[in-house]
Design a protein around this ligand. Structure first.
Ligand code: FAD
Length: 425
């Protein structure tokens, strides 16, 4: 990945550097200063971002736009197979009940996703629309409508009779009303993060595949050590390590971020049947009395996607078993029998096991390390973080550069409890 990015960088460096106002000279690669005991030290950067998932990549991008000299590192590569950002597709929606902070974040992020999508050879954003199904009018629905009207974000309610006419391929038992977000849809997750890191490098940022050891130190923290013995110094450090955060900071985050095993399935629609293609079927989530299932149409002919949103068993992101279980497969087939009967017995074409990195209540973590003022913790996407990547990165970059001093209480470390609450965000 590193090599490919460097080639891409050489090609387009000059143009992209101009786009974000960073000089080519500032983007020069690490210079070895030698060092004792096999460790090599490199020149001091403004910021090192550890973790090239969606949060780290967008944070690095926005720091670059602040004219910072930024090194982004990842142990296995941007949006690799075990990263939470490494899946095929992620939903973007603004329906968040009364949690208008996430409605705003998702809304402002969409412009950045559209921008990135335009730069990529293949689409990153598919505007499929998003449909949320409810058995009846519920507080989440009315609060979502209120917030959307206040913020002038388009959203519609669809009654059962309209749903039946518009989407005859769905069985509507138990659903009386739905929210429809016409402007939202699917983000191609892995492609999005990898494209963004290419853009970051092309614009003068530096990316390296390096595994960082858990930081140690007393009053101040000035340099990272990598597993290959490099010492990397910087003024600021942003740890955006997703589900690995509790391992990197066991004292601070052990027991405060809960990685859970999540299984995702893709099914082949019948040959020649376009009823489950984008344009005919939107992205969807079925509130189902709080036991939520969600999915996507047959995006890029990959198959109809479905997952159960319930938090799975705890998982270690390094060694957790990535084989999908028969129980979870049977669970989604049983659900499909009721809601998507045409697909319930269709062939499974792909299954993936990923992990949510949940905070106690589903709110993100974007705060300083309690001991080191120049170390920032960014994570706890909690199963809904992807869509917010651009806004999270912008917010984190403003904190790191001192352009914003106030930590949003909901994102504070202090608000992250050791008892996990279940619930939808
Ligand atoms: C099945 C599933 C479905 C989801 N659906 C949606 C959805 O529909 N919509 C939505 O908005 N969100 C969704 N999410 C949530 C979203 O994908 C995550 O919140 C988001 O991707 C988290 O990104 P991250 O950058 O925090 O973590 P990650 O993507 O995991 O990135 C962290 C990176 O840090 C690196 N790292 C860790 N430790 C080190 C180290 N010591 N040295 C160097 N690098 C290190 C890792 O290699 C990794 O690449 C879903 C998640 C899952 C699993």
């Amino acid at each position: 990945m590193s090599t490919r990015l460097n080639i891409s960088r050489r090609k387009v460096l000059a143009g992209m550097a101009a786009a974000v106002g960073v000089s080519i000279a500032e983007s020069s690669v690490a210079v070895s200063l030698g060092g004792s005991k096999g460790a090599t030290a490199s020149r001091r950067r403004d910021v090192i971002v550890i973790g090239a998932g969606v949060f780290g990549a967008w944070t690095a991008w926005h720091l670059l736009k602040h004219r910072k000299n930024v090194l982004l590192v990842d142990a296995w590569g941007p949006a690799h197979a075990r990263a939470s950002s490494g899946g095929e597709s992620r939903m973007t929606r603004t329906a968040y009940g009364q949690d208008d902070i996430y409605t705003r974040f998702a809304s402002e992020s969409l412009d950045d996703w559209r921008w990135l999508s335009e730069r990529a050879a293949l689409p990153i954003f598919h505007a499929t629309g998003v449909l949320f199904m409810f058995p009846r009018v519920e507080p989440f629905l009315t609060q979502t409508l209120e917030v959307h009207h206040q913020l002038h974000i388009p959203i519609e309610t669809l009654e059962r009779s309209t749903l039946e006419k518009r989407y005859p391929q769905i069985a509507w038992d138990g659903v009386e009303i739905a929210l429809y977000e016409p402007d939202r849809g699917a983000l191609m997750a892995r492609r999005a993060v990898q494209t963004l890191v290419q853009e970051f490098v092309a614009a003068g940022g530096e990316y390296k595949q390096l595994s960082v050891l858990p930081p140690k130190g007393a009053a101040c923290f000035t340099a990272l050590t990598t597993t290959s013995g490099e010492l990397l110094s910087a003024e600021h450090f942003v740890f955006a390590c997703g589900p690995w955060l509790p391992k990197v900071f066991p004292d601070v985050l052990g027991g405060r971020i809960f990685p859970t095993r999540q299984e995702v399935f893709f099914f082949a629609p019948p040959g020649g049947d376009t009823r489950f293609a984008p344009g005919q079927l939107p992205g969807w989530a079925d509130f189902n009395e709080g036991d939520i299932y969600y999915g996507f149409p047959d995006l890029e002919a990959r198959g109809f996607k479905i997952a159960h949103d319930r938090h799975g068993a705890p998982i270690d992101p390094d060694v957790g078993d990535r084989t999908a279980s028969q129980a979870a497969l049977q669970d989604v087939r049983t659900y499909m029998q009721g809601r998507f009967p045409i697909l319930a017995r269709r062939p499974l074409v792909e299954a993936r096991v990923c992990q949510y990195e949940n905070s106690s209540n589903g709110d993100f973590l974007i705060d300083r390390h309690p001991a080191w003022g120049n170390v920032w913790l960014v994570g706890a996407g909690s199963g809904h973080g992807f869509k917010h990547g651009p806004a999270v990165g912008r917010y984190a970059a403003r904190l790191v550069t001192g352009q914003s001093g106030s930590i949003q209480p909901r994102f504070s470390l202090q608000s992250k409890m050791t008892q996990q609450q279940l619930g939808f965000r």
